[in-house]
Design a protein around this ligand. Structure first.
Ligand code: ATP
Length: 988
């Protein structure tokens, strides 16, 4: 195959857009030379009486190029894709003219565009003579077609063709000033240079999974993360690769500490060079990639970053500036990692990149912890009028996903550990404990802890047990580096940790995550701990465990260092502060932190560590320090709803206290991703309602949505929610409208209040009230009953004594409720009438505080249990209050004293229904003497009283008899037509 010299490609890179640009000029022949393309198109619309473009429509139509066409006035520097997009829109939409056939022209334009793009992506494939001639022919054909489409004169056509030939004639003399020369140089050697720079650095990661660190291949352990649009209303999660579908110039991916932001970006770099087999090549539209870490404190300008990436090319004559210019014409993906770690120096680089995005064919992806968005990133973007789409990395909350993540790492554990042991052990943890491992960093720590302390894991009972194990792990790792002969090794390690922690804090306060060799020496010196005998221990042991070395990007730079992970630096700093507080000295928190309040945002994670550890390990210190901590957290910016939520989650034992932070919450959505956070949300709700009604009202719509997602959809959960917010019960009761089917329950006065409010929203089929009447005083019981019109109510009033509950029964009358169950004490006829008015096929269990006529209950019940104390014996003069006949009532006479058999007999006969038959007849708490029972039986049998059927399990067949059953004082009376034989018998 004959190869065209590489330099010749430059001319083709240049020729295609040049010819297409000429055609664009023909199409827009009436455009004023200083009009931008947007202005021109708007004018065309106005002429046709159409509305101007909305911004969204504009963006949709021109996508990547929308910004460019808002500012440029000619096609000279534009890329073929952009020109094609504009031209085809003009031809087919703006200047649409059905009398001219544009298909052929569009086809020829597309051919030239595709050829050029193909060349950019795969120069090797197009540098053959054959392909080279193919492009020449395509260009000539395009010129011919344009000639006939626009009716160009022969002279004009010949002029263009001559220009093409002249350009081609220059093939052997490449123009090193030409941007196309540099573009093609970048395409051929630039990508390779970037690959060499990053692939080796990023393709693996060191883990302390064994006594020695082991290297894992990033690709092998990478767990594909899901993200969701932060402002997204539907809250749907999707694969991270879809972030590139965003319309906006800048893609921002947020994630909490250890959520996997850096790892995600590093994987994107790797996938750029080696797309994963079998998956969509979502990076194929990018020609180049630049990776920048915001923690970098030495790279001052974008041109320096470019130099790091394309070293050799930049060193060629005129290279550095031309490479940057050329990059601007290519599709470049800028990856900016860890914006929350940005410092004064790296901010300059980021600003340079951001400022360019408006005119570049580039995308910028920025990762950051969430707090920096509001504080630093949004202001930067809005200052530069750049729009962005904000995503957040979803936590790994499903057990199946957590196990899948762990399995990949487990494969690396190898020797010693039984296969599957690590995942099995994880599965055996309680859900509460497992919820601690929803970020990759924590899952990774789990692997490390499992490897070193399987026994410690087995003892984890609560989420709070996890964090201390991490520190113990570090102690163990340091111990392996120290000589066994050292005395007081534990004290020594503790002191070393304190020294390292103080240093970690100091560095964080200065926003320093990377430090130089000289700084390391100074740190080493300061971390030397004095042992007994004034001898100084070597700090190298601890530093070698906690620090990581970074090889320089360019040969002349020197080695630098950082903690293994920022979260570990924060843990050591936090542990140091904790020790200072627990040490009992009265130093104020701000003097321990040693940072002015403006700098506290840098210490946010550290403060959270301290908060959690104090809450877990020393409630006394927690309480004492809470006001200071609260203040510090406020200055540290823990004022977004999700941050407060996470803060509360960390302190289950002080959730109510920590939820006070909710009163400081600024605007924004509230998110709930797992059930365990429901409690947190409830605390927040309660605290806002109590402490800041203004914020409560403002936040209610979001809270309501979050509570719904958190599963507060069962009636009792909603009721409890309402109960927590007495001042906003009416509002919170709106949740009732979402309640799923099921019974509602009322157990106390608060519930009465809550359910009364809920009934304004919706009604259940069935409401169960089991309540002590003392709790009903002063609560809106009548309102509840009124609100429950049409609802089936099961009402149990306590205590089970003979104090009448009539006050609470009267509201039932004409209320429209359906009383399907009642148990309680009635003292007046009005009470009976109220029950009768509401009862429907009910199960009634009535304690009679007075001699009442229950005849009105006829037809209202399914079962009637009547409890009474013995009425005073009045001989034949006793008043009759016959119970309804059917269904047969059950009578229980309670508390008969010894010698009172006559009173019992007259009580039974007084209540005997007209047919004298009871369903059951029983004595409870009966102290009658044994010899009184035959007398009682004789008396009531003689009066014609009978009980239904045979009493199961009491023996005695069809005899009239009294049977003592189970508990002392319980006697069943079985009365038949047969005369009693005497005494009692025991139950079997
Ligand atoms: N998607 C993933 N798959 C496998 N392991 C991961 C993944 N994401 C992160 N990890 C592991 O977790 C560790 C911490 O993740 P990473 O440093 O990416 O988090 P981060 O969000 O950038 O944290 P920070 O905000 O503290 O900088 C990584 O070193 C890596 O070992």
């Amino acid at each position: 195959m004959e190869i065209v010299p590489q330099v010749s490609m430059d001319n083709f890179m240049y020729l295609s857009p040049k010819i297409m640009g000429l055609i664009l000029n023909k199409e827009c022949h009436d455009k004023a030379s200083n009009d931008t393309y947007r202005q021109y198109l708007e004018k065309q619309r106005i002429c046709k009486g159409e509305n101007p473009f909305s911004n969204t429509e504009w963006k949709k139509t021109f996508g990547f190029s929308s910004k460019v066409f808002e500012t440029v006035t000619n096609p000279d520097k534009e890329d073929v894709t952009a020109i094609f997009c504009l031209l085809s829109y003009m031809i087919t939409t703006v200047h649409r003219d059905d009398s001219r056939d544009c298909n052929e022209l569009l086809m020829k334009l597309r051919e030239v565009k595709d050829w050029r793009n193909k060349a950019f992506h795969n120069l090797q494939a197009v540098t053959s003579k054959q392909n080279f001639e193919g492009l020449r022919a395509a260009l000539v054909e395009l010129i011919d077609e344009a000639g006939s489409f626009y009716s160009l004169s022969h002279v004009e056509m010949d002029g263009i063709k001559q220009e093409v030939n002249n350009d081609i004639a220059k093939l052997e003399a490449p123009d090193t000033e030409s941007i196309y020369y540099w573009c093609s140089r970048l395409m051929v050697c630039g990508k390779e240079a970037v690959r060499l720079l990053w692939e080796a650095r990023l393709s693996s990661e060191m883990l302390t999974l064994n006594n020695d660190t082991i290297k894992v291949k990033r690709r092998d352990v990478f767990h594909s993360l899901d993200v969701k649009v932060r402002a997204g209303a539907d809250g749907k999660a999707f694969s991270y690769i879809k972030v590139f579908e965003a319309q906006e110039e800048i893609i921002v991916i947020t994630g909490v500490a250890g959520a996997g932001k850096t790892t995600l970006v590093k994987n994107i770099v790797l996938q750029f060079f080696q797309p994963q087999q079998g998956s969509v090549d979502y990076l194929s539209s990018f020609d180049q990639l630049i990776f920048f870490e915001c923690r970098d404190r030495t790279t001052e300008k974008l041109s320096d970053v470019i130099k790091q990436h394309f070293g050799d090319l930049c060193h060629e004559l005129g290279g550095q500036d031309n490479v940057l210019d050329a990059l601007l014409s290519l599709h470049v993906l800028f990856l900016i990692d860890g914006f929350d770690e940005v410092n004064d120096v790296s901010m300059k680089v980021v600003t340079e990149i951001v400022k360019m995005t408006w005119r570049l064919n580039c995308r910028v992806l920025i990762t950051t912890r969430p707090h920096a968005v509001q504080e630093k990133l949004s202001p930067l973007l809005s200052r530069n009028d750049i729009s962005s789409t904000l995503y957040e990395i979803m936590p790994i909350t499903k057990l199946a996903d957590q196990l899948a993540f762990l399995r990949r790492y487990e494969a690396y554990l190898g020797g010693g550990s039984p296969a599957g042991g690590m995942t099995k052990c994880f599965e055996s943890l309680s859900e509460d404990v497992r919820s601690q491992f929803s970020e990759p960093i924590n899952l990774l720590h789990y692997c490390e802890m499992y490897k070193h302390f399987p026994e410690a894991i087995a003892s984890w009972q609560t989420p709070g047990d996890v964090a201390p194990t991490k520190l113990i792990l570090y102690k163990k790792l340091v111990r392996t580096k120290l000589s066994d002969s050292l005395e007081d090794i534990d004290v020594l390690i503790k002191n070393m940790f304190a020294a390292v922690g103080a240093e970690a804090l100091d560095l964080l306060s200065d926003d320093a995550l990377i430090f130089s060799q000289e700084e390391l020496l100074a740190i080493k010196e300061r971390c030397k701990v004095t042992m007994r005998g004034n001898e100084k221990s070597d700090s190298a042991a601890v530093l070698s465990v906690v620090l990581r070395e970074h090889r320089p990007l360019a040969g002349h730079e020197s080695v630098s260092y950082s903690f293994k992970h920022k979260s570990e630096q924060e843990m050591f700093a936090g542990n140091y502060i904790l020790q200072r507080i627990l040490g009992g000295r009265p130093d104020s928190l701000s003097s321990i932190l040693g940072v002015p309040k403006e700098g506290l945002t840098r210490l946010r994670e550290v403060l959270l560590y301290v908060l959690q550890a104090l809450s877990r390990d020393s409630p006394r210190h927690f309480q004492r320090r809470w006001p200071e901590l609260k203040e510090a957290l406020r200055h540290a910016g823990v004022t977004a709803a999700d941050a407060v939520r996470d803060c509360v989650t960390r302190c289950p034992d002080h959730a109510g206290t920590v939820a006070e932070l909710a009163a400081l919450v600024k605007d924004g959505d509230w998110h709930v991703y797992n059930g365990s956070l429901r409690e947190v949300l409830l605390y927040v709700l309660q605290a806002l309602s109590r402490d800041s009604p203004r914020h409560f009202q403002r936040r209610w719509p979001e809270l309501k949505e979050a509570l719904r997602h958190a599963g507060v959809t069962a009636a009792d959960a909603v009721r409890d929610c309402v109960t927590r917010c007495p001042d906003h019960a009416g509002t919170v009761a709106e949740l009732a409208a979402l309640v799923e089917d099921g019974d509602w329950h009322v157990y106390n006065g608060h519930h009465v209040e809550a359910v009364t409010e809920m009934l304004h929203q919706t009604k259940p089929r069935h409401l169960m009230v089991v309540i002590d009447v003392f709790a009903l005083r002063g609560v809106p019981w009548r309102e509840l009953v009124t609100g429950a019109e049409g609802v089936e109510i099961a009402l149990t009033l306590r205590p089970d004594d003979y104090e009448p509950h009539d006050n609470f029964l009267l509201p039932l009358q004409n209320s429209g409720v359906k009383l399907v169950h009642f148990s309680g004490c009635v003292g007046t006829q009005a009470g009976v009438v109220a029950i009768a008015s509401a009862a429907r096929d009910a199960r009634l269990s009535i304690r009679m505080a007075a001699l009442l006529d229950l005849g009105t209950l006829r037809g209202k019940y399914r079962e009637l249990f009547v409890y009474t104390r013995p009425l005073p014996h009045r001989g034949r003069a006793s008043l009759a209050r016959p119970l309804p006949v059917s269904p047969l009532p059950y009578l229980y006479v309670e508390g008969a004293e010894a010698g009172s058999w006559k009173a019992v007999a007259s009580t039974i006969t007084a209540f005997a229904p007209s047919g004298k038959r009871f369903g059951r007849l029983r004595l409870l708490d009966c102290k009658l003497r044994a010899e009184e029972l035959p007398l009682l039986l004789q008396e009531v049998q003689g009066c014609g009283v009978r009980t239904a059927g045979g009493a199961v399990g009491t023996g005695g067949g069809n005899d009239t008899r009294a049977v003592a059953v189970g508990k002392e004082g319980v006697v069943w009376l079985h009365i038949t037509d047969k005369l009693p034989s005497g005494g009692t018998s025991g139950a079997q």
